[in-house]
Design a binder for this molecule. Sequence first.
Ligand code: G1P
Ligand code: ZN
Length: 545
Amino acid sequence: MRINYVKTTPFNDQRPGTSGLRKKTNVFKTDNYLENFIQSIFNCLADKRALVVGGDGRYHNDKAIDTIIRMAAANEIDKVMIGRGGILSTPAASCVIRKYGLSGGIILSASHNPGGPEGDFGVKFNTANGGPAPESVTEAIFRQSQRITEYKILNMGDLGPLDIEHTGKSRLYETQIEIFEPVSDYAALMNTLFDFERIRLLFKTGFLMRYDGMNAVTGPYAKSILEGILGAPQGTVVNGEPLADFGGRHPDPNLVYAKELVEAMYSPKDAPDFGAASDGDGDRNMILGRGFFVTPSDSLAVLAANAHLVPGYMGGLKGVARSMPTGKAVDMVAAKLGIPCYETPTGWKFFGALLDADLVTLCGEESFGTGSSHIREKDGLWAVLFWLNIIAARGLGVEAIVRDHWMRFGRNFYSRHDYEGLEPSAANLLMARLKDSLPGLKGRTFGAYRVESADDFSYTDPVDGLISTGQGVRIVFEDIKRLVFRLSGTGTNGATLRVYLERYEKDPGLYNLKPEEAVSGLASVADEIAHIKTILKRSAPDVIT
Ligand code: G1P
Ligand code: ZN
């Protein structure tokens, strides 16, 4: 075994976004592409004690992990921990980094984007707090990637790839290698937060649940925790095997892509009591009752309002946070609890700073992401267990819990309209014109909607004072109605425009409106203000969630 010093030249597109570096799989398979990026990470590492490496099992996961381990050894990382089989959910990686005080972690995933040779691949670097690297770090990595001339990798000679299928410790060159069971530490953490005994009793009474692993990373976690530790019947977890192409599915737990689960939950005769799913890398969640969908914005609010029933949060919440486009249901709960509610730009890293400073306990995004101070990532299965704990403690079903919530706090109707695969020039034009029109919008009336304020959201981090500008256009109407426009930062196919629509109601007579009916007026106003149909030449959104 010896170290190879391989000459290379920079790629110009290795600037990590909010969720790491995400590209088409073929791009990552280009010679030196992954190696350049990984070497750039290592060149920025001041602390080379120990890293955890793992991924969501998608196509190319195994090859990438082998490359990273050999590069870690060549770069004199003292210790590398690897989830057995290369499997590690994003939340579990965060958990392991924090539990063992590691220097950081490398997670291989493109989250909820499809995998496979034609799909997406990604590399995310998390720092010692267990959260995604802050912009100062990702920018430093990007700068390294722009001047890289060489990377280091261990030449294994005839040894072939390292065996990562069996747990145990070994040595590779000077680096200590530990292959560990990817579920254990995570399950132990969940046991400290939730009343497992009570949930076990719930399942004993015949409570039926369906958890869809979407053939992504959470299958093994869900099987071990729900069916193993909590005694849910075998078969509770479906599509529980992580597959390289996610079984051809788009591993995004929403009403469109988790169709199988939605059909089962809306089945007239044998729908289970509780349904849930998670995404490719396990940080997102979708919550369903029998014939009932819980919007992520409502889910965050329900968790906050019921946190006192859950052992890990009985001591009270420090505060809550939601991303700006997320519905304001949690704001109402925070007001009642008398705790602060922070509004941050989209992306989990902004929550990380608030969590590190102990300013908030729960946080969430409308995009099916919910989490807490237990780690520094959003956490799909955690949200599911939180719901199970509330259901068990209150003896009520999902729908009853949410309806009771609306009676106490009012209902925030919420919908997101995505226009995907757009010409970037058209999407940019729409946003530019919209921003230009903002100063003239205040006080104007569109049908029944009168504009109270209109701005391009900018955020001053309360911890480090850093200002993030251009975080999405928000147009607020009288009576707590709102439109938000922003371009996606995570897509890999052209540009995506996201339009977020929200309307608050406190008349129980209106609670049974369908969300799309409730926001249809706002949708027309969105088109009138932003000229969606004419500029994008689209008659309807591609995805409504
Ligand atoms: C999307 C979501 C955002 C989330 C991110 C990473 O980003 O909207 O809430 O933090 O994925 O999971 P976007 O594509 O909108 O930039
Ligand atoms: Zn994800």
